[in-house]
Design a binder for this molecule. Sequence first.
Ligand code: ZN
Length: 387
Amino acid sequence: MTTSRLPALRRRLHTLAEASGCERGTALFVAARLAECQPQELLTGLGGHGVAARFDGATDGPAVVLRAELDAVAVPETLALRHASRTPGLSHKCGHDGHMAILLEVGRRLSRTRPRRGRVILLFQPAEETGAGAAAVVADPRFAALKPDWLFALHNLPGYDVGRVLVRPGAFAAGSAGMRVQLCGRAAHAAHPEQGRSPDRAMSDLITALVTLPPRDDSPDALELVTVTHARLGEPVFGISPGEAEILATLRADDDAALAALRRQAAAVARAIARRHGLHCEIGWEEMFPVAWNDVDAAALVRRAARAEGLPFARPRESAFRWSEDFGVLARLGKGALFGLGAGRRHPGLHAEDFDFNDDLLPIGASLLHRLALDALQEPAGSRRRR
Ligand SMILES: [Zn+2]
């Protein structure tokens, strides 16, 4: 495949858009392309529909994992594209189609020239968008047996010059936690609300309290954010004073300990408000993402590879990106770095309806990741440790 065929590969993947955890067709397609590259090992069904291909060098050395994501997002395709998503309500508006095409191109290059030492593992991870996929892959003993020393992933980033590499050691993307609060009282006739126990005022108090939680006072510039994403009180009828309410909120922080503290604080506030209003309160947690924390040495390798590829380099403007990525779960297995690849200053934003992956990034990303893997293989083995 020449690089001029890469856009065709990316667009084919775009048509296959599938939901998180349901990436069966995409995984089959990817596994078939990888099989053509004749890796030493091809694993399928990792943590769901995950796929990994292992390319071995002639001698022992470190194990390097490069990751792409299989899943699309729940944004309908409204662009009139020839390669439009064939799945109603779903499309690759995060650019995971591009990340997969880049990784398949790295596989093609590794099949032509095997690494001299160590091993390179190309991982196509399921369910990134829900935060469930990386943990499921890590829990699979077949993946754990690969014992990665280095782990890298790129994400295309609109708002930056095409090909600009963005990385920093430490927090790269925020950790987040989805909080679901259920407030239970007692329903009554709307003419006699005093005979029941409506969670109306508690719900209102809780929304206000969550979005105005005091910031942690040790570092006022640090990222700490609560966004109420959904609220429901009873049913949409006029005759009933409601007996229950539900509030969903997303909590974010650039430090795992701070996120844990924020969760405790939010839960305590919810319980206190429920108690004050004589309500029962249930709290659940979903879509948990740890902070995507970059290892110092891994971030330095990204920077070195970018320089060698002649790509412009920048530290991100923000202290940590506010969005979350479950690469942080994988990075804990060794020395890991997640980095951004600029998709164009005016390129539509991730998850926006008018987003489509910038094909100019395909050869850039493939050369960069390929070089990064070969550079990491030159490092001493046994680099598995955590910050
Ligand atoms: Zn993404």
